[in-house]
Write a new protein. Structure first.
Length: 315
C-alpha cells in the first residue's frame, strides 16, 4: 500500500510547479526590458541618420524620429569626459571635453557676434568702403570726403571751388568779364554765378562741384559725398556684415544646407544632424566636414563647425 507524502513535501512540489510555469510564460511572451532611446543627434551611418532625424537621406526614404524615450535631449556619449573632444562630441553634447559653445576670437570660426572688425583672425580683413573712417589707397578727398576729409582749396589746382572766384583765382575760375564788379549780373557779357559771383552771387550747390553740400547725400551724389557706408539690406555683403548679422545681404556666406522645418533647436541644431548625402548639403557628402573619410559615418566629423554654421543661418 502506497504511503501518502507528508504535507510539507506536497507544498514544496506545488511551489516548484508554479515557478516553472511562470518562467515558461515569461519566455513565451518574448518580452524584455528594452526602452525607446532618446534622439542622439549623432548619426554614424545612413540608416541611423534617417531614423534619428526623420528626414530623407540620399535614397529619398524617410522615417519617423525615434524619440520614444522620456528625455528630449541627447544623452552623454560613451567617450564624453575623457578629456578629448573627438568623434561625435561637440560643445552641446559634451561640454566637458569640447568646452562651452560660446564663440571666442581665435577658434578659427567666424561666428556669434564676431565680424571682420572685432576678430579679423577668424573673419578675415574687412572690405574697404567709404565711411569706415580709413582713407584707403583707392580713396581721396574727392570720392570719399567722409574718410579723407574735404579737399584743400588751393588756387591753381584746376578746380574753381565755391570759395574761389575769377578775381581771387583767375587761374582756376578764368578771367572776370569786363563788367564784373559793377553790381549788375549781366548775362549778355557772360556774367554768371560761375564767372562773376561778385555780381551774380554764389552758385547753388550742384552735384559735381566737388563739394558735398545743400541737399546732397551719398545716395543722390556719390561723386561729391562719396559712396554710402554699408547697410544691411543694400544688396551687398560688405563692411562688417556676415551670415549671422545680415542674411539679407550675406546669404551666400551661410551654409548651403537647409534649415529644419519646423525648427527643433533642442534636438536639431547642427549641420551634421542631416543624414549622409543630404541633397544640397555638401558637408554631409563623402569628404565633407561631417564625413571626412567618406565612410558614411560622422564619427570623424567637425561637429563644432556644424553647430556654429547651422546656428548662424537657422537659429
Amino acid at each position: 500500500m502506497a504511503r501518502t507524502p507528508p504535507a510539507r513535501s506536497r507544498t514544496s512540489a506545488v511551489l516548484l510547479i508554479v515557478a516553472a510555469a511562470a518562467l515558461v510564460v515569461a519566455c513565451a511572451s518574448g518580452q524584455d526590458d528594452t526602452r525607446g532611446q532618446p534622439f542622439t543627434g549623432a548619426p554614424t551611418s545612413a540608416s541611423q541618420a534617417s531614423s534619428s532625424t526623420g528626414e530623407p537621406t540620399s535614397s529619398g526614404s524617410s522615417s519617423s524620429p525615434t524619440t520614444s524615450g522620456a528625455s528630449t535631449t541627447a544623452p552623454a556619449l560613451p567617450g564624453c569626459g575623457d578629456g578629448e573632444c573627438a568623434g561625435e562630441e561637440y560643445c552641446v553634447v559634451c561640454p566637458e571635453d569640447c568646452g562651452s559653445c560660446d564663440p571666442f576670437c581665435g577658434d578659427a570660426l567666424c561666428n556669434g557676434a564676431e565680424d571682420c572688425k572685432t576678430c579679423p583672425n577668424d573673419c578675415g580683413a574687412c572690405q574697404t568702403y567709404c565711411g569706415d573712417l580709413d582713407c584707403a589707397a583707392t580713396e581721396n578727398c574727392f570720392n570719399c570726403m567722409a574718410d579723407c576729409g574735404p579737399c584743400e582749396v588751393k588756387c591753381g589746382d584746376a578746380t574753381c571751388a565755391a570759395s574761389e572766384d575769377c578775381m581771387a583765382c583767375p587761374a582756376d575760375c578764368g578771367a572776370c568779364p569786363a563788367a564784373c564788379g559793377d553790381k549788375t549780373c549781366d548775362g549778355a557779357v557772360g556774367e554768371s554765378c560761375a564767372t562773376c559771383n561778385l555780381d551774380c552771387g554764389q552758385c547753388p550747390p550742384a552735384c559735381g562741384d566737388a563739394a558735398c553740400n545743400g541737399a546732397e547725400t551719398c545716395k543722390t551724389c556719390p561723386g561729391d559725398c562719396g559712396q554710402c557706408p554699408p547697410a544691411c539690406g543694400d544688396g551687398q555683403c560688405n563692411g562688417n556684415e556676415s551670415c549671422k548679422s545680415c542674411k539679407a545681404d550675406c546669404l551666400a556666406q551661410c551654409t548651403p544646407c537647409p534649415c529644419k522645418d519646423p525648427p527643433d533647436p533642442q534636438n536639431f541644431n547642427n549641420v551634421c544632424h542631416w543624414g549622409p548625402n543630404t541633397p544640397g548639403c555638401p558637408p554631409t557628402q563623402p569628404g565633407g566636414y561631417c564625413d571626412p573619410n567618406g565612410d558614411g559615418g560622422y564619427g570623424d566629423g567637425d561637429w563644432d563647425k556644424g553647430y556654429f554654421e547651422y546656428n548662424d543661418k537657422c537659429l
